[in-house]
Design a protein around this ligand. Structure first.
Ligand code: G4P
Length: 547
């Protein structure tokens, strides 16, 4: 065992924030970076919106819409802990990329707007985390604004997401009456201060002991100890806390690590309130880099053999170089710049010469990385694909990255028939990046493919990039389907589903059948009537042998 490797693994936390647009992810990210001492960088998260003119052409779309499509990885240190925050795109129409990024995370922070509760995008991202069984930490934000009843929010986590929760802190009022949070672990009260002061430094919370403590009452009630409002608030919080003690789930670290129980924190990212407490608890409770499975082995991060897998590819990030960057999550061993590694799928040597780390638009060459870290590899030969494993020593090949079922579909037609070849090349490459998925119509070969996307904006991105990068003009026509399922099992008859008005059978690039459905009802009907078939939401893993 290499002691340095053990130490580096133990001090790493790699996670992503999942949320619905506008819940405050950018704001929370900024505040987390402040605690990491990356103050000069923190502004850059928001400044991204203004710096777009330095980015590639296709990001025009982002500029026009003021959204961020690309994913970056933010790395910072907090009290000796190395934090890798995988920044997932935060716009309304998210892409498969967002899902894939979660395959590289060891934990997720679910950010919820206290006034809105669990919103659709959060739910979808939550499902991916659930599928992977990673721990989920919840931060309920914007408590300085009028919010829903906290008990109601907790209830929703269970009802809508099906996860048990354990509030670690509890809000005292909300909106104008937001007084702070009660720390259920230590019986301390962090009093809210709205906060320019907090933005610059550490949290200036005052602490008292116990909900029944006179000094707490005084602090809460102020000079007007008999004010009806203040008394009512105190009584309400006391009753809620007692109810939680009596009827709520007890904190259980093992359940948190198994993804069965989510610790919940309340705060206000904008006011930098509750963020530090959250960060400190998160560091304590979140797992260090997890082991990863191959077909016949479980590889511990402390395994001396270096290994990692590609979870994201982005082409043409920099239009002046026309380059292609593959993002690799390091899973085990020590990664060093310039070292050689084996490419599991192609069974050949691969030189890792220019490992990069990204922050917003900046790229920095790094010398080394450890399990949990993410490294950008310049892929000049086009040899790297999503799901590929790179390793050293005895062969390691991870199980790959799943493809996720799209919810938006479209036909694509070309305006100039002479450009058919470019269209195919563009579609192949952009599909590999996860911009869209491309399906064949049965018996049509590559002609008139059907496109699927997780978010509808992807079609615009595709159209724009096909023109900008491949000089192909296309027309995109939306199709009325809303679900796609990969089908496996005996006795599947594609013709039958073709004949039904509600469904259609296509093939993915590996010739696996994919059924599209126009309605929830149609999908349910198929599932209920064809119990011998499996209707899968994710495709069998992307990896290896598909050349
Ligand atoms: P996102 O990345 O999840 O899309 O959300 P973002 O951080 O951009 O926040 C969305 C809006 O919510 C922003 O307001 C932000 O200031 C606000 N916000 C974030 N956290 C809090 C909070 O704790 N309390 C309150 N009251 N507001 C919060 P905006 O008006 O859209 O942008 P800006 O003008 O403030 O930049």
């Amino acid at each position: 065992m290499n002691p340095q490797l053990q130490k580096e693994v133990a001090r790493r936390r790699t996670f992503a924030i999942i949320s619905h647009p506008d819940a405050g992810k950018t704001t929370l990210t900024e505040k987390l970076l402040l605690y990491g001492g990356a103050i000069h960088l923190a502004g850059a998260v928001r400044a991204k919106a203004n710096q777009r003119n330095t980015t590639s052409d296709w990001m025009e779309i982002e500029k026009q819409r003021g959204i961020s499509i690309s994913t970056s990885v933010l790395q910072f240190d907090y009290e000796g802990v190395q934090i890798n925050l995988l920044d997932t795109p935060g716009h309304k129409d998210f892409s498969e990329d967002t899902y894939r990024t979660l395959t590289a995370a060891d934990a997720a922070v679910m950010l919820i707007d206290g006034a809105k509760g669990v919103e659709p995008q959060t739910r979808k991202l939550f499902e991916v985390c659930r599928m992977r069984g990673i721990p989920i930490f919840t931060f309920i934000n914007k408590m300085d604004r009028p919010s829903r009843e906290p008990l109601d929010l907790i209830d929703e986590l269970e009802k809508v997401l099906g996860i048990r929760s354990c509030p670690m802190s509890w809000p005292i009022g909300a909106g104008d009456r937001f007084k702070g949070v009660y720390d259920r672990q230590t019986d301390e009260v962090h009093l809210f201060q709205s906060a320019e002061a907090n933005v610059k430094g550490r949290l200036l919370a005052k602490k008292v002991t116990g909900i029944n403590d006179d000094s707490f009452k005084e602090m809460l009630l102020g000079p007007k100890t008999d004010s009806y409002d203040a008394k009512e608030l105190h009584d309400q919080v006391k009753a809620e806390l007692e109810l939680l003690e009596f009827a709520g789930d007890q904190f259980d670290h093992a359940k948190v690590l198994a993804g069965q129980l989510t610790p919940v924190f309340f705060g206000s990212a904008m006011n930098n309130f509750g963020v530090q407490h959250f960060l400190e608890e998160f560091i304590k409770l979140a797992p260090k880099p997890a082991p990863h499975e191959t077909e016949d082995e479980i590889i511990e991060p402390t395994d001396d053999r270096f290994s990692g897998f590609i979870f994201k590819i982005q082409a043409n990030m920099d239009p002046s170089h026309r380059d292609r960057v593959a993002f690799m999550r390091v899973c085990s061993g020590h990664f060093e710049r310039g070292m050689g590694a084996k490419h599991a799928r192609l069974a050949k040597e691969f030189k890792l010469s220019k490992p990069l780390q990204f922050f917003a638009q900046e790229r920095v060459i790094i010398d080394e990385a450890w399990p949990g870290d993410v490294v950008g590899l310049l892929d000049t030969t086009g040899d790297l694909r999503i799901g590929d494993t790179l390793y050293n020593g005895k062969k390691i090949e991870y199980q790959g990255v799943p493809r996720f079922s799209p919810e938006h579909f479209a036909g694509v037609s070309i305006l100039d028939p002479m450009k058919r070849k470019q269209l195919k090349k563009g579609l192949d490459q952009l599909a590999e990046e996860g911009v869209v998925q491309v399906y064949r119509q049965r018996g049509f070969g590559d002609k008139d493919p059907v496109l699927g996307a997780v978010g509808a904006l992807q079609f615009e991105v595709l159209q724009h990039r096909l023109k900008a990068e491949y000089a192909v003009d296309v027309r995109i026509e939306r199709l009325p389907y809303i679900h796609a399922r990969w089908v496996t099992g005996e006795g599947f008859d594609p013709e039958f589903f073709e004949r039904r008005e509600d469904s259609r059978c296509l093939e993915d690039r590996d010739s696996q059948p994919v059924l599209l459905f126009k309605s929830d009802w149609g999908l349910r009907w198929a599932e209920e009537n064809y119990k011998k078939l499996s209707f899968l939401k994710t495709a069998p893993m992307i990896r290896g042998d598909e050349s």
